[in-house]
Design a protein around this ligand. Structure first.
Ligand SMILES: NC(=O)c1ccc[n+]([C@@H]2O[C@H](COP(=O)([O-])OP(=O)(O)OC[C@H]3O[C@@H](n4cnc5c(N)ncnc54)[C@H](O)[C@@H]3O)[C@@H](O)[C@H]2O)c1
Ligand SMILES: [Zn+2]
Length: 372
């Protein structure tokens, strides 16, 4: 079954369709031909072997001039240097404004190829083709593109909307389990902040989703994309409501940093979801049974919820001081009122915690989740 979502960012005619369908990767030639006569497929080396070369051949069979550009996988390659090397390769092929970019891969690829598309010849048409679950439900929607610099993640970039997002869930068969779990965390986050029925769906379809049952996974991706699109349509540049998408990430980012990336993003955010739910409980909003439910769900999808070491509250506070929601170095957190409902906090969609509660929560995290 094919599912479509129209995403309409505020101001200007920049709406685009998110298409979710098994096998959709193979059905894009006519659409791409309508976009531009020349195509630059940008992907990492892993995804190039799995799907990139195949896509290039198909497009060539449809008489499109399709080129494949690749870079090594991994966050350490999401840099200006990689972007520059890719740009030089496009210039060397003589590609100009008559070219469309296909960003084929995980979130690293969609972020970096998206940023390249935003700046190359002052902007080329962009089609996002996410192949990781995280890319499908998170990174390819909302227009944020960018690269990392030594000063921090995603600090250089642009808001640049694609012409279309093509999601082919069939590509998930080759995705490693740990990467699948990373994507599930963002889906669970979407359910927690905005839709209790969707969260219930995730609770009751664990095996089907892990087995990539085609109807189940399409539906889950659809619902998850609907939640993200509804938020980014209201707040493209993260002045307010888009902050909700940061649920779990204030703690999560600090853990990624302190563990020197031993914890994958999804693993760190899973712990973040739990600790930030704990704050919500201690504020008297979320009930204790919901906290237990959230923990169980994360575990069912294979999230270990284990800290590799003890992280002192002070080290966590220091790591959170630079969080984008912080004011005067004090972290602010998205808060749940119940499963599926987040607090507006007078239009800020996040709030500061009292020092004691903050320390208690961080202590609870260490006591409950530390391996040692
Ligand atoms: N723009 C946004 O709004 C946004 C939102 C969330 C995350 N992000 C960014 O996304 C990035 C993380 O994305 P990610 O987790 O997808 O990482 P990723 O792009 O590195 O993909 C994960 C790994 O899976 C491999 N892979 C991808 N698809 C595959 C498939 N179908 N089969 C086999 N292997 C496959 C990749 O080669 C890579 O090794 C981060 O850089 C983060 O900043 C951006
Ligand atoms: Zn995330």
């Amino acid at each position: 079954m094919s599912r479509q979502i129209t995403c309409t960012p505020p101001a200007g005619d920049r709406s685009y369709v998110i298409e979710i369908q098994h096998g959709s990767l193979k059905l894009q030639a006519a659409y791409l031909a309508s976009l531009a006569p020349r195509i630059a497929i940008i992907t990492d080396d892993v995804v190039a072997d799995l799907y990139g070369q195949q896509l290039q051949k198909q497009l060539q069979q449809h008489k499109l001039e399709a080129h494949l550009f690749t870079f090594p996988p991994g966050e350490q390659h999401k840099t200006r240097t990689t972007k520059e090397a890719l740009e030089n390769q496009l210039f060397e092929k003589g590609l100009g404004r008559d070219t469309a970019v296909i960003a084929l891969g995980g979130g690293i690829t969609t972020d970096m190829a998206g940023f390249l598309a935003a700046t190359y010849c002052r902007g080329l048409p962009l089609v996002m083709v996410p192949t990781s679950l995280l890319g499908m439900v998170d990174a390819s929607i909302g227009g944020k593109t960018g690269v990392d610099v030594p000063y921090g993640k995603n600090l250089l970039g642009a808001i640049y909307q694609p012409k279309r997002v093509v999601i082919d869930p069939a590509t998930l068969v080759s995705l490693p389990k740990r990467e699948f779990a990373n994507g599930m965390v963002e889906m669970i986050k979407h359910g927690l902040i905005a839709n209790s029925e969707f969260l219930h769906y995730l609770e009751t379809h664990v095996q089907a989703l892990k087995n990539l049952d085609s109807e189940g996974i399409e539906r889950a991706i659809f619902e998850s994309c609907m939640i993200k699109k509804a938020i980014v349509e209201q707040d493209e540049t993260e002045q307010g409501k888009r902050r909700l998408l940061n649920f779990g990430h204030t703690i999560g980012h600090a853990l990624e940093t302190l563990s020197t990336y031993q914890l994958a993003h999804g693993e760190a955010v899973a712990i973040g979801l739990l600790v930030e739910s704990y704050f919500s409980m201690r504020l008297g909003l979320l009930d204790g049974a919901s906290l237990i439910r959230i923990k169980a769900l994360l575990q069912q999808y294979g999230l270990p919820l284990k800290l590799p070491a003890h992280y002192s509250p002070q080290a966590m506070l220091d790591a959170m001081a630079m969080d984008k929601k912080s004011t005067k170095g004090k972290p602010r957190f998205v808060v749940l009122e119940a499963i599926g409902s987040s607090a507006e906090c007078e239009g800020h969609y996040c709030m500061a915690m009292e020092e004691k509660l903050l320390i208690d929560g961080l202590q609870w995290m260490n006591d409950d989740l530390c391996r040692h």
